[in-house]
Design a protein around this ligand. Sequence first.
Ligand SMILES: O=C([O-])CC(=O)C(=O)O
Ligand SMILES: [Mg+2]
Length: 688
Amino acid sequence: MFTWLLIQRLFIRIPSSSLTNIRHSVTGEPKHTHSLVSFVKMSIKGTAFTNNSLLGLSRTTQSQSFGVSVHPRTVVAMVNRNGRPESIVGVSVDNVVKELHAPTVVGVVDPKLKEHSAAVDGGFDDVYGGDIATNDDFITPLSVSVTRGYALLRDPRHNKGLGFTEKERDSYYVRGLLPPAVVQQDLQVKRTMNNIRQYEVPLHKYQAMMDLQVRNEQLFYKLLIENVEELLPIVYTPTVGEACQKYGSIFKRPQGLFISIEDKGRILEILNNWPEKNIQVIVVTDGERILGLGDLGCQGMGIPVGKLSLYTALGGIHPSACLPVTIDVGTNNEKLLNDEFYIGLRQKRANRQEYAELMNEFMSAVKQNYGEKVLVQFEDFANHNAFDLLAKYSPTHLVFNDDIQGTASVVLAGLIAALKLVGGSLADHRFLFLGAGEAGTGIAELIALEISKQTQAPLEEARKKVWLVDSKGLIVKSRLNTLQHFKKPWAHEHQTVTDFLDVVKAIRPSVLIGSSGVGQTFTKEVVETMSSFNEKPVILALSNPTSKSECTAEQAYTWSEGRAIFASGSPFAPVEYNGKVYVSGQSNNAYIFPGFGLGLIISGAIRIHDDMLLAASEALAAQVTHEHFEKGLIYPPFTNIRKISARIAAKVAAKAYELDLATRHPQPENLVAYAESCMYSPNYRKYR
Ligand SMILES: O=C([O-])CC(=O)C(=O)O
Ligand SMILES: [Mg+2]
C-alpha cells in the first residue's frame, strides 16, 4: 500500500510537458492475460498508444473504450521497476479508461486498483459490483484536473482571477487575458465583501454570492469562512428560502444534478455526467417540504446547494467531493405549475410506486458509483417519505436525515447546555412540542434516548417526559388508531386537548419547542403562561425561515420579561430589553451536519448509529463556555465553527471506532488534530 500512496503523490507533481506527449510515450502489446494492474507495473516500450492496442487487456467487457472498467478519476500509469511512474496512459472518465487529452493535467492513482486486482486475481471485475470504497479511500480527494488558458479563467474550481501571480500567468497561458494588476487573495476578499455589502436586498447578496461560487470557488469559500456570521443568513436560512421560491427567475448556471422521473432507467448515466467522480457527500431533496415553505418542486435545489456549501465552509469537506441533487417527480404547488418561469417538470407529483422506484434506482446508482461510504443526506422531504426513506436505506447505506437527526442533535446540544442555566437534569424537565413531524419526533426521540441512558429507565418511560401537539391537538392515547406511525410512541394517557394554549396550561412544560413550520404560534399568552410557572422558560422557535418562526427573539424576551432562554432556527439580531442586550442562539442543524459528516468521512464509517448523534450533541454542548452562558447563549457563536466542527467530527469518529462501524484503520491518535488536518482550505495554492 505504501508504494501506491507514494505513487499517488508523485503523480500530482508530474509536469504537464510529460503529459502532453503521453500518446507517443505509451506503447506496447500487453498480453491478454495481463490485468490492468500488472500492465501498470510494466515498463513497455514500443509504438503509439491507441485504444485498440489496449483492448487485449480486458477480462471483462469489451464494450467500453478499453474494455476495462476502473474506478472514476483513476489515472492509469506505467511505472518502472522501482515503482516510479514513467508515463500516464489514460484517465478514467465515466468509469472507463480514456485517453488523456492535453492540456488536462491529472493526478490520482486510485489504490482500489490494487485491491481489485487482489480480489479478482489480478484482473478487474465490475467496479459497480460491490463495496469498492474500502479503507484506502482518500479523505480529501487528491485529484487535480486543471485546464489552462482561457478555459482556466472559466473554471470556477481553479480560477483565481486577478489572484494569478506573474509566474502563473505565464505557465497557465493566461497572460493578456487579465488586466496587469496582481491582487492578493485577502484584498480580493475585502473588495468582494465591499461589493456584497452594497446590496441592500438579501436576495441580491445571495445572487452575488452564487455568481462568485460559479466564478471563483476558492474566493467564495474564503469569504464565507472569514465572514461566516454575516454570510450564513445569505447563503443559508433565511435568504436561501426566498431564493428557492424565486429559483426559476434567478437560475443562471446549474450547481447540482437534476434527476427527473422522466430519467427513470438512466440515473447511473446521469450521475456520470457530473464532472466530479470522487464524491463523498450527497445532499438530496425532492423539494416537497422546503424549510417551512412547503412544496417548491424542482426549485428546492437551492437547499442542497446551500447545505453543501456549509459542508465545505463549516466542515471542511472538499467542494469537489460534494454533490447536490434534486429529484424532480413533479410538484403539487399550483402556483409554480402556472408560473411561466418554473424550471421543473410541469406535472403533479408522481404516485407512491413510481416515486419509490425512482428513489430506489437513485440509491442503488449512488452506491454503485461512489461506493459504500458515500454519505447521502436527505433534506427537506415531506414527513411520510422522510421517515420511510430513512428506515428503508439505513440498513444498507450511509444515510442521514438532517431534518430528523441533525435537528435532533443540535436541539439536544442546546438543551444540555441550557441545563447549566436552568438547573436539573434532562429527566427533571418536561418537554412540549408544537409540531410532530420530522424535527419534532426526531428531537423527542433523541431526548428520550438520552434520558433513558442517563437514568437507566426504559425508553418507553423516558418518552413520557415528552409531549407533542400536531394540527389536531395534543397527541394522546385515544387518538392512537388514527395517528401516523411516527407519532404513535408519543400518544400518552391524557384527556383530549385541542387548543394549544390549553395544552401549555395542562402540561406545564419547562421546555417549549416549535417545529411545525407555522409562524407566530407562540403567542403572547403562550409565552406569558410559560413564564408564569417557570423561572427561566426554555423556548425554542425552530421553524424556518424567519417568517415561519414561532415567535421572534424580541417577543420571547419581552413577553417573558427577559427571563426566557431563547434560540431559533433562523437567526435574530440581538434584542435590547429594559436596558439589557439579549443575544439569542441559532438552533440550526448547520452546527451539526458539517462536523458530523466530517467525522463519518475521516473514520470511513459505513453506517450511522444514534449514539453518534448523542456524541455530536455532547461535543457541541461542551463548546459553550462560561462567557456564552453569561449572555444567555446555549450555543457557541458560529465564528469558531470550523474548530467546533473538528471537535464534533472527532467525537463522531471516536464513536464510529467504538461501535466498530469505522473502516479506516488504524484509528488516528489525536482525532481532533486529524480532523483539522483533513479540512479543505480555500487559500490559493500552486497547481503544479
Ligand atoms: O435549513 C435549515 O435552516 C434547517 C433545516 O434543515 C430546515 O429548516 O429544514
Ligand atoms: Mg432541512
